[in-house]
Design a protein around this ligand. Structure first.
Ligand code: ADP
Ligand code: MG
Length: 265
């Protein structure tokens, strides 16, 4: 029996799809079987980030509507044998999927894979309920901005209301130069504001844009700065105790932020 993790946020555009593609790739690289489910019906993106858009024949809505089998709709990743994508429909809307049917579908995947990662839409639509209904835990993605944090706080409340009690925080798009100059909230502020466990800090990096445009998750390159960060998040997800000061040692801003974080703890 696998674990179902929903990747969610209050606001759109904070990096949920990027995070889903990369954590999925990193989990597969450490030997886990993983399926990435695109829960953002109508705004499907995950296939593009994985470079699999040309292989999409059937999708999640087709499975729900019994137009094809689940197996027919799953697309095997180009690089990892045990990594799969379940794309969603571009032309349907989120109300076309009933939460109960989604629950059945995800439970089937849970039987087959170690990890089911669900890329959720921003937290107010029907698609949100669909993405969360089968989740064992949630990764909440925020940007270091007040609006993002306030919306995340609301989403954490909604997750609790839906019975998802295990929440972990990913801070995406941090810029240590801006934190240093006092122009950006730092890690400590964000963690204390939201009060949930931190599992990853991802800097803003052009390499992410490049990898998105190429359809090659940056986590494929474990030796790159960002690739390493995703690998370490994956390690934490499987229960390894990876300390936050293992990487980014050459980045003083980062080390300062981490020191503060532990001072806070
Ligand atoms: P969401 O799924 O939450 O709407 P996306 O993952 O699609 O967000 O990301 C929104 C945009 O931000 C994309 O263009 C993506 O490439 C970019 N992006 C996400 N994270 C980063 C990052 N750490 N550094 C630079 N660009 C990023
Ligand atoms: Mg998205």
């Amino acid at each position: 029996m696998g674990e179902v993790i929903v990747i969610t946020s209050g606001k759109g555009g904070v990096g949920k799809t990027t995070t889903t593609a990369n954590i999925g790739t990193a989990l597969a690289a450490i030997g886990k079987s993983v399926v990435l489910v695109d829960g953002d019906t109508g705004l499907r993106n995950l296939d593009i980030l994985m470079g699999l858009e040309n292989r999409v024949v059937y999708n999640l809505v087709d499975v729900i509507e019994e137009k094809c089998s689940l197996k027919q709709a799953l697309i095997k990743d180009k690089r990892h044998e045990r990594l799969f994508l379940l794309p969603t429909a571009q032309t349907k809307n989120k109300n076309d999927v009933q939460p109960k049917k989604m629950l059945n579908l995800i439970n089937k995947l849970k039987d087959e894979f170690d990890y089911v990662l669900i890329d959720s839409p921003a937290g107010i639509e029907q698609g949100f309920e669909n993405s969360v209904i089968a989740a064992d835990s949630a990764l909440v993605v925020v940007n270091p901005e007040m609006t993002s944090i306030r919306d995340a706080d609301r989403v954490i409340g909604m997750l609790k209301g839906m019975g998802v009690k295990d929440h972990k925080l990913i801070i995406n798009r941090i810029d240590y130069e801006m934190v240093k100059s006092g122009d950006m909230l730092d890690v400590e502020d964000i963690v204390s504001n939201l009060g949930i466990e931190l599992i990853g800090i991802i800097p803003s990096d052009k390499a992410i844009t490049v990898s998105t445009n190429r359809g090659e998750p940056i986590a494929l390159n474990e030796n790159s700065k960002i690739g390493k960060i995703f690998k370490e998040i994956a390690m934490r997800i499987i229960g390894e105790d990876v300390s936050f000061d293992e990487y980014g040692k050459s980045d003083n801003g980062f080390v300062d932020a981490i020191k503060k974080l532990f001072a806070y703890k």
